[in-house]
Every structure is written in C-alpha cells, then in structure tokens.
Design a protein around this ligand. Structure first.
Ligand code: FNR
Length: 185
C-alpha cells in the first residue's frame, strides 16, 4: 500500500539548511512513499493555556489534522544550544493539546542538520524525550544526523547535492515506511 509522510520543519530561517533537506525529501522517497510539507510553525502563537481556552489557533488545528491523516511524520530541525529550537518545542506543545492528540501512536523519524561535525545529535535526544510523553513511535535507526551541512548543499539552488546523504536519507525513509507498515498490521 501507498504511504504518505509529512515533514515538520524546526527552522524559520529563509536560507535554512534544514529547510533545504526537507525540500529534498519528496524526491528521495522510496517506491510506495509520497512526502509533503506541513505548514510553517511560524504561524503558531506562543503557547498559553489562556489562548487555547479561547480557541485553538487555526494553524495548529490544520497541522494537527494533516498529521492525523498522515502515515508518519519526518521532523527536520536544527540544534539550538544542545537542544531543539524553542519554536519547534512551542509547536509540539500546541500539538500535544489537540484532541485527538495527533502524534500519539504516529511513526516519526528525526533528521537534524548542522554546520558542526555531529549534525545536531544532541537535539535528537531532547526531541525523543518529548515524543515519549506524546506516545509517538519514534524510529530508532538509522539516525539521520547531517554534519558539515553547508558542504552538502548547493549555495545557489539550496538543493541537497551530496549523493551519500541523499542515499542515506532514502534508507531512513524506507525504515520509517517499514515501521509504519508493521504498526498498521
Ligand atoms: C546554533 N547552532 C548550533 N549548532 C549546533 O550544531 N549545535 C548547537 O547547539 C547550536 N546552537 C545554536 C543556537 C542558536 C541560537 C543558533 C541561532 C544557532 C548553529 C546552527 O546549527 C546553524 O545556525 C544552522 O544553520 C541552523 O539551521 P538552519 O536554520 O540553517 O536550518
């Protein structure tokens, strides 16, 4: 059966390397998988229960519905100060308050990219921790930590040009598809 995954981007930067990775994923999807981007988390207000009690922001409800309908989520994010960006945590906090909670039992893969050597590895474990509370099924392996990312992206087109990274990401998406199919049985 055909699977559909959605990408959740943790950077708001216009020339974001992580956005470049996320944009490359639809082309890198293996047979039987299609991938599209969720809306921007820039449209989410700062979480406050007062705002929630008035009304959920439309951008939050729209994203929750798209995640609910998807077979899996690929979170692509930078590492900020050895953790995840506040804007991504804010988005996760909002999504966690929606009923039904859209990430519950959802297959999730994590990708981080950084100019540094270890590709945002530390952020991955903070992200996994929050996803435990949300009861998501986070893919264990392979871990996608893309280090030295400026050398892997064309500065003009912002396309992911590094062939080994492209092949590796296809393998990770295949692993997420295997997980999703196993969970759907
Ligand atoms: C960073 N950066 C960074 N990189 C890293 O590998 N580990 C880290 O802990 C941090 N911390 C950090 C904090 C803040 C506030 C900023 C703005 C940046 C560098 C970061 O990886 C780099 O700016 C990337 O280009 C951000 O990803 P995007 O926006 O290009 O996708």
């Amino acid at each position: 059966t055909q699977l559909h995954f959605v990408t959740l981007l943790g950077s708001l930067r216009r020339a974001s390397f992580n956005a470049a990775i996320a944009r490359s994923l639809p082309q890198l999807a293996p047979q039987g998988v299609s991938i599209s981007a969720l809306g921007s988390i820039a449209d989410f207000p700062h979480y406050s229960q007062d705002v929630q009690d008035e009304a959920f922001p439309p951008a939050v409800l729209a994203m929750a519905a798209q995640i609910q309908a998807a077979d899996g989520v690929i979170i692509v994010t930078p590492e900020y100060n050895y953790s995840i960006p506040g804007v991504l945590k804010n988005a996760i906090d909002w999504l966690s308050r929606v009923t039904p909670q859209p990430l519950a039992k959802k297959p999730v893969a994590i990708q981080t990219a950084s100019p540094g050597q270890i590709g945002g590895a530390r952020a991955q474990y903070h992200l996994r921790q929050s996803l435990v509370f949300l009861d998501a099924f986070v893919l264990n392996k392979p871990e996608a930590m893309i280090g030295l990312v400026p050398s892997k992206i064309d500065p003009q087109t912002l396309a992911l040009t590094d062939a080994p990274t492209r092949a590796f990401l296809t393998r990770q998406i295949s692993a997420l598809a295997d997980l999703a199919r196993t969970l759907q049985q």
